[in-house]
Write a protein that binds this ligand. Structure first.
Ligand code: FES
Length: 275
């Protein structure tokens, strides 16, 4: 059992941060890796990226948006309650090395996934420019931590309630135009349309780009095939070959279709849970 040590409800009550006692995972986790958890013995298995880890305290931090039955159930747990099982760290760690200037772009809860990667690039001696965005100011998360992990930091909101009025792609384009070939890599993590459009922008400027794919997962060890994605015309398993892939080769349309394949069943499960 994995005890919840802290709980914070963020972003209009729909996003939750939990610090969880998981010393063996915290000791091994690297940026880009994730866990798969099951809230109780009849629960489904859901993948969540660690927004932070503290090997000294033996804790991992997850941030998730309440989008269905499992995340609603998870949100119902309070401090000192326990999650039944957490498997991890899973997935291939982000290849982090000193490259020069790296742009990190995050949208919505994707910022939680982006944070350890941003910090990793920063600690490796890169100049890190971060751009984070959300629909509105109240939905922005991890602003302070992202700022701390960056040399330059920009915020965007779709409705103009904070920072740049517009999309992260606007600021990304501005930076790429200004810095040109100084930018050696971009990392874009967030909703699928955001990653798709960021990837189109970086492709125009010839900047290698990495995205983290939030595929539906079951086992997380490459056995069920549920997390399959098309990358460069080949089938890859997001859980073991990823979750990060070359953005310019990802079939984002195929990913969107697979992510919505179980929406009716997810709605039914949520309706039953709420009754
Ligand atoms: Fe089963 Fe990836 S989650 S193969």
């Amino acid at each position: 059992m994995y005890k919840i040590l802290a709980k914070r409800v963020l972003a209009q009550g729909t996003v939750v941060e939990n610090e969880i006692e998981a010393p063996r995972i915290a000791a091994k986790a690297k940026p880009g890796q994730f866990v798969i958890l099951r809230v109780n013995e009849t629960g489904e298995r859901i993948p969540l990226t660690m927004a932070d880890t503290d090997p000294n305290r033996g804790t991992i931090t997850i941030i998730y948006q309440v989008v269905g039955k499992t995340t609603a159930l998870l949100k119902s747990l309070e401090v000192m309650d326990a999650i039944m099982d957490i498997a991890g760290p899973l997935g291939t760690p982000t290849p982090i090395e000193k490259k020069g200037t790296v742009i990190c772009v995050g949208g919505g809860t994707g910022v939680a996934v982006l944070h350890p990667i941003t910090r990793g690039f920063h600690q490796a001696g890169n100049k890190v420019i971060s751009i984070i965005g959300a629909r509105t100011k109240d939905l922005l998360i991890m602003e302070d931590k992202m700022k701390k992990a960056s040399d330059e930091f920009y915020v965007c909101t779709d409705d103009g309630s904070y920072g740049h009025h517009g999309f992260v792609t606007d600021v990304l384009r501005e930076q790429l135009t200004k810095l040109g070939s100084e930018v050696k890599e971009a990392v874009c993590i967030g909703p699928v349309p955001m990653m798709k459009f960021c990837s189109k922008v970086t492709e125009e400027y010839g900047v290698p780009t990495m995205v983290s794919l939030n595929a539906i997962m079951v086992d997380g060890t490459g056995m069920c095939g549920c997390c399959r994605v098309q990358v460069g015309g080949e089938t890859k398993f997001a859980c073991v070959d990823g979750p990060e892939f070359d953005a310019h080769k990802v079939d984002f349309e195929g990913l969107s279709k697979r992510l919505t394949a179980y929406v009716p069943q997810e709605r039914q499960a949520m309706d039953r849970y709420e009754q």
